[in-house]
Each structure stands twice: as C-alpha cells, then as structure tokens.
Design a protein around this ligand. Structure first.
Ligand code: HAM
Length: 422
C-alpha cells in the first residue's frame, strides 16, 4: 500500500533555502543591533515546566488557557514555550544573574509555540526576537528597550509603523481601574459578547482587547486607565514619553491598549503596521516589575519587547523591501571521467581555503548538463577538466559572465580567481 506523504503540522512552516537567506539577513541585523545596544544573547530550551508559563504568563490568558502545547512525561509537565519572557526570567532566577551586579541586558531569537488558529501572520510555530532588561525600574530602561526595537525596523527600512504606548499601572492603579470597569460594564452585561461576559468576572481589562463587534460601542465609552493611575505610575509614564520625545521616536498614546499577557505593570506598548492585515502587531512588550518575584525570584524590576520574524517578513514583502537572495557560487568544476573527479575532489579544498565557494558535479551528468548547473548556481567561473587537461596540466577556466575561456595551470587559476571573493 502506498504511503501518503507526510506533511508539516497545521500552522508549522518549513523555511526553504530561498527564504532562509532572508532570515539570515534579518538575524544578522538583530545581532548587529544587539551589539550596538550592548545586549548579550541568551538561549533557553524550547520546553519549560508548564507551571512556569501558567504562573508567569497567567492562568486566565488565552495563551495559557487555550493555546499551550503541553504534555506530561512521567511526573514532569512540559510545555513548548509560547513566549520568551517567562523563560528568561526563569533563567535569571535559576542562575542568580542578579548577583552579577548591575542590570542584565539579554536578547534572544528563537521559535515559540502557540496552538492558535493559523492564518496569515499567525502560526503555531513562529519565531520571535526579543530583549529583556532586568534589574532596572528607571523609565530610561523602557525608552532603551523601545529604541532597540525601533532601531531594527529602521535598519530594515520599515517606515510605515505606529508605536502605541500605554501605562497599565501598578497593582494599586489596576485594582481601582478594574473596579471602575466592572461598575461600568455590569449594567450592560447582557449586551456584551459571551467571551467578554466571562472576562467581566475574571479580568475586565481584557474586555478592552475584544474584537467582537457587539462590544465595540461599549468599549468606546469605557473609563480610561489614565484616570486611575497612581502618582508614581503616572510620573513614570510621563517620563518614558519624554525620553521617547528626546529620542525622536514617534508614538501614539493608546489608553485602551491592554496586552494579552498578565505580567505587565506600568508601560505597555505595541508596534503595529498597516501592511499586516488583521494580525497587525509586529511586536510588543512592556514592563513586568512583579514577574520575577511571582516565579520565586528576588524582587526585580524589568522591561522587554518581542517581535515576530514572520510578520516582519510579511511587512517587507508588502513594502517591496529586498531581504537578499542566495549568493552565487564562485567556482564550479566541470569533470569528464573518473580521473577528473579525483583531481576535482583534491582541488576543492584549495579553492575553499582561498575563501572561494566551490562545488562540482555529484550526479554523474554530462558536460552540457554540468555547464547548465553551473549557470543555474550563478557560478562566476567554471574549471573544465578531462583527460587532455590532466595530461597537459592546463585547465580551462571559463568566466561564465563574459563567456571567456583561458587555458592555465591550476596554480595560476588559483592566483587569478583567488583574489575574487563575493
Ligand atoms: P506578544 O505580543 O504575545 O508578546 O508577542 C510578540 C510578537 O510575537 C507579536 O507582536 C507578533 O509579532 C509575534 N507573534 C505572537 N504570536 C504569534 C503567532 N501565533 N504567529 C506569528 N507571530 C506571532 C510576547 O510574547 C512578550 N513576551 C513580549 C515581551 C517581552 N514583553 C516583555 N518582554
């Protein structure tokens, strides 16, 4: 019986070589920017203890209640990480990074997993780059994190973006605000969507995030958090905005911006792009001053951001931004017969050691087919080797672009093309 070929899981995507080149380009910009901002890379496992994510991200969030890829093995509960902040916070506590003195400035790039309904810009395995600045309660840290994020988009050339910022306050501000929202929405309870009715009981601030049409009118007239911020939260927010002004970073204060993760305190932000359709968030983040204590660590104020790489690529495609293509090959050795193959396999290392990319035929093809392949691989040069060349010690060097041929000994070929690297 024929086997039905296997495919990837729904919402999990192969990145083929022509696309991997774009990813490398983006990753290179992220690393370069991290170096400029002096953030160090951290790599955490893709699996964490389910309890960490449930506690860190919040039991009532969509991520934890509906979207976790979680399973048990023996006594242990594993979850594929849905985001990077709780894992970084866990590593910070586990390795006592607070004792290294000063603040910790960390960045990461890697796959995240959420069992969401896949659509354009929304996958079940997706990739984030992000940064976390741990150990600072100062508003200048919030501005630095936002500047880091924006710098990457600027370098890639994505201009059409809006930074939305808000303060979700400290626990005291939020308690007062939640009471105000409950008092406001309760008389309209039956008019709210089903999901918002549930949220009215569990976390009324999440109603503000609703996309349901029946909720929109009510949300529009709901009280704003700005009226409930404590003096300290308000002063912090105003200072962050002043720093953004100083940095020349444009923003929109968006009083109804609430984020889908429970750990935020004070500053919350999102970077949106009109080129993304319904999944319009390129990235987001904020301050999470209580998370590290929440997961058993020392009281540590922190702020960070994360952005989706797939969405960044979608935005680039929409804007016609070229993220590069695979570099062509420098040299292709065309072989005729077994002695020529022997010669080629011994010369490839010399070409490669000279810094050239070099390849040959691995499929036993005719000379014509090998030349075709050299063209397909955009080879700059072909070296053609057969019995005659081996006898005379002169090999045909073909400049593929100019269609020029020279007959030269190998050391002269190496000298001639060794100066040329892409
Ligand atoms: P988040 O808003 O959940 O925040 O995710 C950040 C970004 O990841 C989103 O803006 C989006 O670009 C991308 N993303 C999220 N889910 C998907 C998906 N299913 N498919 C494709 N892309 C997706 C966080 O994860 C926080 N950890 C950010 C943070 C860091 N806060 C403080 N530090």
């Amino acid at each position: 019986m024929a086997i039905t070929p296997f495919t990837t899981h729904h919402g999990m995507v192969d990145i083929l070589p022509e696309d991997a080149v774009k990813w490398q380009f983006i990753e290179q910009i992220i690393r370069k920017t991290a170096r400029k901002f002096h953030f160090s890379e951290i790599r955490t496992p893709v699996m964490e203890q389910t309890g960490l994510i449930a506690r860190g991200v919040g039991e009532l969030t969509d991520i934890v209640s509906k979207e976790m890829f979680a399973f048990n093995r023996g006594e242990d509960q594993y979850v594929l990480r849905p985001e990077g902040t709780a894992p970084v916070a866990r590593a910070f506590v586990e390795h006592r990074l607070d004792q290294r003195g000063g603040v910790q400035k960390l960045f990461y790039i890697g796959p995240m997993f959420r069992a969401e309904r896949p659509q354009k810009g929304r996958q079940r395995q997706f990739h984030q780059f992000g940064a976390e600045l741990l150990g600072s309660a100062m508003p200048v840290a919030d501005a630095e994190i936002i500047a880091f994020m924006i710098d990457i988009y600027n370098q890639i050339g994505i201009k059409n973006i809006t930074l939305k910022v808000n303060s979700v306050g400290d626990p005291e501000s939020r308690k007062a605000y939640k009471e105000a929202l409950t008092a406001y929405f309760t008389p309209y309870k039956n008019k709210l969507s089903e999901i918002s009715q549930v949220r009215l009981k569990t976390n009324p601030m999440r109603i503000l995030d609703s996309k349901e049409s029946e909720d929109q009118m009510l949300i529009e007239n709901a009280p704003l958090i700005s009226a409930y911020l404590t003096d300290e939260s308000r002063a912090h927010f105003e200072q962050v905005l002043r720093y953004l002004d100083d940095l020349g970073i444009g923003y929109e204060v968006t009083p109804r911006l609430v984020r889908g993760l429970d750990y935020y305190t004070k500053t919350a932000f999102e970077l949106v792009s009109p080129d993304l359709g319904s999944q319009d968030a390129l990235g987001g983040g904020g301050r999470y001053d209580l998370l590290i204590e929440e997961i058993g660590g020392p009281a540590t104020a922190a702020v960070g951001f994360a952005s989706g790489i797939e969405r960044l690529i979608i935005a680039c495609d929409a804007l016609g931004i070229d993220l590069g293509s695979a570099p062509g090959l420098d040299v292709y050795i065309v072989t005729r017969g077994e002695p020529a193959i022997n010669w080629a396999i011994s010369k490839l290392p010399e070409l490669r050691n000279a810094g050239l990319s070099a390849s040959m035929d691995f499929a036993g093809r005719s000379i014509k087919a090998q030349m075709k392949e050299a063209n397909r691989e955009s080879a700059r040069y072909a070296i053609i080797v057969g019995d005659t060349e081996l006898e005379t010690g002169n090999f045909t060097l073909r400049d593929m672009a100019k269609s020029e041929e020279n007959s030269l000994p190998f050391d002269q070929i190496l000298k001639k093309i060794g100066q040329f690297t892409r």
